[in-house]
Design a protein around this ligand. Structure first.
Ligand code: AMP
Length: 548
């Protein structure tokens, strides 16, 4: 009964199983392809569905039960795809492990999540072997390889393909409660241990619907989709589930994620949509500008994880006709929060005005609500000027961290998630990240956005990368220092003068960096973001001359 009236709706659970089944029923012959070295491995959705069934049967035999955590230590491949579906649809929890994290963090994460088995790519065994003696709950290691099991010190090892080959694949997928856990992922915390986020089937189902919408990522059956964002980070931004739901041809790059690999894949596989962090696309841009690739199939790229520089968005549009959909999100949000779709009434705006808009992190898809708050907990207006802490809520936003006492600090009393990002929102609803709260430069009572400075500096033609950090200052508390990577052979003195010229047009004098340091490379985190923690450490004790 709805509101006491006689009509009712079906009690239909929003789980991943119908998403997996739909692709098998409607697009049985469409392919999931994976690059391994020089070969392109192909499996159809129908075959993939059967293999998911075989996987579930094999896991049952290994003693995996509802709610058990199943770890994955793998690149983006068709087997990882099978784990993304087979594990949750049998009632267990797929736990993607970030293979770029340091050993102590991985050991903490695996023990904290109490993973029962770990699936590992053959090429990654050597990374996992030294951790195994300290993993308290792992009963089996399953190696994903095409050939014989490699020599390994891992205990209780099985071959993925042999386990599957022993099963029929005719698996009776169970009815699952939509609030049951489907997946989990840890965020690489800046302080303390990483924090775990547990995703329910319902959250992922709704997230899959909302990111596929035309005004979000606009995914559709004809798309040839290449998720480059690793499947071990933030659920690959939901692309595995969304791409399967709508029936895209899926291309997984395996471990091949350098600029030249990506250019070759886009050209040869005629990819229409691909997605990942800005550093990848900056690398690809150099390759495309230097080489002779045809990437005319490529229509759009959701880019996020860190700020996409305006100059990069412009270069892709003007030189290659590719729309970068600047996106913002967090592991805690399953993970998409905003995307920079242009509204129809903006169609006749000038190219520059549209670029300004595309450089913002964008508007929320249905299913995400956001607000900005001042330090006193008062809501700030959407005027494009006021800056405050960004808070969000929605059906795909986590309500706590997994078995973690720190949860309370991240949620407001009225149930919003505190993102730790500082942002503004304009009157059209376009959100712009100003900075992480902890990265902002607090200078003489004013804030300086390191993200805005970096974007502007990266607009200089000889600058490859730029990261701005706060340096303690005796008078102003903190001042900005820019750490810049220039292209080979550039004259640093000229570049420095050029950067200050460029910045002076956009920023007030007090916002300009006090100095520019030229460095060989900006240190990166495990997921390819600028690692300012490391930079700050490198410049600890750096003396900025006292200014007026
Ligand atoms: P993660 O959970 O690892 O995906 O990290 C989430 C954080 O990455 C956010 O809180 C932001 O600080 C940052 N981030 C994600 N997307 C963007 C973006 N488009 N621009 C700036 N920062 C971003």
């Amino acid at each position: 009964m709805i509101n006491g009236l006689s009509g009712t709706m079906m009690d239909y659970q929003l789980t991943l199983t119908p998403i997996m089944k739909r692709a098998m029923q409607l697009y049985p012959n469409k392919e999931i392809r994976t690059k391994f070295g020089d070969t392109m491995h192909k499996v159809t959705y129908a075959e993939s569905y059967r293999r998911c069934g075989q996987l579930a049967q094999a896991l049952k035999k290994l003693g995996i039960e509802d709610g058990d955590r199943v770890g994955t230590f793998a690149w983006n491949t068709y087997r990882h795809h099978e784990l993304y579906f087979g594990v949750p649809c049998m009632g267990a929890v797929v736990h993607t492990l970030n293979l770029r994290l340091p050993a102590d963090q991985l050991i903490f994460i695996i023990n904290h999540a109490e993973d029962k088995v770990i699936f590992v790519d053959d090429t990654l065994i050597k990374l996992l072997e030294p951790l195994a003696p300290q993993l308290k709950t792992v009963k089996h290691y399953i190696v994903m390889t095409h050939g014989e099991l490699p020599e390994t010190s891992l205990p209780n090892v099985h071959s993925y393909e042999e386990l599957l080959a022993a099963e029929s694949g005719d698996y009776g997928w169970p009815e699952i409660d939509e609030n049951a856990a489907a997946a989990m992922c840890y965020t690489s915390g800046t302080t303390g241990h990483p924090k775990g986020v547990l995703y329910s089937h319902r959250a992922i189902y709704l997230h899959t619907m909302m990111v596929s919408l035309t005004d979000a990522m606009g995914l559709a059956e004809p798309d040839i989709l290449m998720p480059v964002v690793p499947m071990f980070h933030a659920m690959a931004w939901g692309l595995v589930y969304a791409g399967t739901m709508v029936g895209c041809t899926l291309i997984y790059p395996g471990p091949h994620m350098q600029g030249a690999d990506l250019a070759g894949l886009i050209q040869d596989e005629k990819i229409t949509v691909t997605a990942g962090v800005p550093t990848l696309w900056l690398g690809l841009l150099q390759v495309l500008e230097a080489g002779d690739y045809n990437i005319s199939s490529l229509q759009r790229m959701p880019v996020g994880g860190s700020a996409a520089p305006r100059s990069m968005i412009k270069a892709y549009k003007e030189k290659f006709g590719v729309d970068i959909l600047h996106a913002w999100g967090m592991t805690e949000m399953t993970p998409v929060g905003t995307l920079s779709a242009i509204k129809s009434h903006m169609a006749d705006w000038s190219d520059e005005a549209k670029l300004d808009l595309r450089a913002k992190q964008g508007i929320t898809p249905p299913g995400v609500e956001m607000r900005i708050m001042d330090v006193n907990g008062e809501e700030l207006p959407w005027d494009g000027e006021a800056m405050g802490e960004l808070q969000v809520r929605g059906p795909a936003v986590t309500a706590d961290y997994y078995k973690d006492e720190r949860s309370a600090d991240s949620f407001t009393e009225d149930g919003w998630f505190r993102t730790g990002d500082v942002s503004s929102i304009d009157s059209e609803g376009y959100m712009q990240i100003v900075d992480r709260t902890k990265d902002l430069v607090k200078s003489g009572g004013e804030w300086i956005s390191t993200v805005e400075l970096e974007n502007a500096i990266m607009g200089h033609e000889d600058v490859m990368e730029a990261a701005v950090i706060a340096i303690p200052h005796p008078k102003w508390q903190e001042r900005p220092l820019a750490c810049v990577v220039v292209s080979d052979g550039a004259d640093k003195a000229q570049v420095k003068a050029g950067i200050y010229d460029l910045l002076s047009k956009e920023f007030a004098k007090w916002q300009l960096p006090d100095d520019i340091e030229f460095i060989a490379e900006v240190p990166k985190t495990s997921v390819g973001k600028f690692d300012k923690k490391v930079l700050r450490k490198q410049y600890e004790g750096y003396q900025i001359a006292e200014t007026e």
